[in-house]
Design a protein around this ligand. Structure first.
Ligand SMILES: Nc1ncnc2c1ncn2[C@@H]1O[C@H](COP(=O)(O)OP(=O)(O)OP(=O)(O)O)[C@@H](O)[C@H]1O
Ligand SMILES: [Mg+2]
Length: 355
């Protein structure tokens, strides 16, 4: 699809250790070589931010702003692949600009026009990032696996940005209410709580159905890669595991009802703990190798194979949906892989790095 854009220029201002950077990517493959702490990972992080509006390393924007500065800016010029090859791009392509103040709201602009709807920023530039932190996908907390799914969804369906924001807003308000009740600041009002439950169930279902659908598509791809890399000896299972049992039906109303029922079941525990205990913010993704949980029982090598299979599945899915390979950002991954896995990765990415 000709809509898939290529990153051509990257400009950074007060981002991490860069005061300014004006960087042109003139070839299909770019290799950054430098000493430690020179800013190679920072540069990849800045590109990744443009693709998903999230950093894979930190959650606070203030960490991204250069020390002593108030505002960081990441700007990119992207072109369609044809013009990338010929160099004749004229006015086609787009400019993406993400402004990150140390405090306050982010601003996003496309071709110099500030966006009012943040999700419009997504979907123009797509990337898959491989880095050493990826091992946390297996070893880390459920939150990391949720973020992984969300990051893919944001690139595949930019509307997911809205879906997530809505859910988080309802969750914050419901949590504030529950905390107030726990502290005796508010009186519990069943009608009010019922209204919040319904809102949470509607917004939560939207998040959960998208995550479930995504996992359903990723699982066979990951299994395939996993078999290739492990030499067909092991079987990977990837399962979406929400806090409550899902209905067997695919009807959204039934998903909402299942969430509502579980909220009611947990009502006493929630007021006791002063927080929401049910919903997609508690989702988990189970990763099993030959029926054993990879997190507890996987060897180092098995965990690395698993992570590589997950990331290759992500790459394959994005490429299939977009109709062209996404930008591939590799941060020091080869050093972490043995020869066999290096070879698998090289074979898998060969079409991506071709001109
Ligand atoms: N907000 C910030 N302001 C200024 N400097 C920062 C900021 N955040 C990170 N740095 C600096 O950026 C440097 C790290 O950059 P980066 O992680 O990109 O290095 P790298 O080139 O990938 O190195 P390595 O080869 O070790 O992975 C560190 O020196 C760190 O102090
Ligand atoms: Mg680095």
């Amino acid at each position: 699809m000709s809509e898939v854009l290529r990153l051509r220029h990257l400009y950074l201002t007060h981002f991490r250790n860069y005061s300014t950077l004006d960087f042109t990517l003139s070839a299909p493959l770019t290799i950054l070589v430098g000493d430690n702490a020179q800013g190679k990972s920072n540069l990849l992080e800045s590109i990744f931010l443009l693709t998903s509006l999230r950093s894979h390393r930190v959650s606070r924007d203030s960490d991204l702003v250069q020390e002593g500065q108030e505002l960081a800016e990441i700007q990119a010029r992207c072109h369609p692949p044809q013009s990338f090859r010929t160099g004749e791009h004229g006015d086609i392509g787009i400019d993406l600009r993400l402004t990150l103040p140390r405090q306050g709201r982010r601003r996003m602009a496309i071709n110099g026009v500030t966006l009012t709807k943040q999700q419009e920023f997504l979907g123009h530039l797509n990337a898959v990032l491989f880095c050493s932190l990826d091992l946390d996908l297996v070893r880390g907390s459920p939150d990391i696996r949720r973020q992984w799914l969300d990051g893919i969804l944001l690139q595949l369906e930019p509307i997911y940005w809205n879906v997530m924001q809505q859910y988080q807003q309802i969750l914050r308000q419901r949590n504030a209410l529950l905390k107030g009740i726990k502290l005796g600041q508010f009186r519990a009002d069943p009608t009010q709580m019922q209204a919040w439950n319904e809102q949470l169930a509607i917004a939560g279902t939207k998040v959960m159905r998208r995550r479930a659908r995504l996992l359903h598509r990723l699982a066979p791809l990951a299994q395939h890669w996993h078999q290739n890399i492990s030499g067909d000896r092991e079987r990977l299972a990837l399962t979406y595991v929400p806090r409550h049992p899902l209905p067997t039906s695919d009807q959204p109303q039934e998903w909402q009802q299942a969430l509502l029922d579980h909220l009611e079941e947990r009502a006493i525990a929630e007021t006791h703990q002063g927080t929401t205990l049910v919903g997609p913010h508690r989702d988990e993704v189970h990763l099993h190798i030959n029926t054993a949980p990879a997190r507890e029982f996987g060897s180092q090598g098995q965990q690395r194979t698993l992570v590589l299979a997950l990331k290759l599945a992500e790459l394959e899915l994005l490429e299939t949906v977009l109709g062209a390979p996404p930008l591939l950002l590799l941060d020091d991954v080869f050093a972490e892989l043995d020869l066999r896995r290096q070879q698998e990765l090289l074979t898998a990415i060969a079409p991506v790095s071709k001109p």
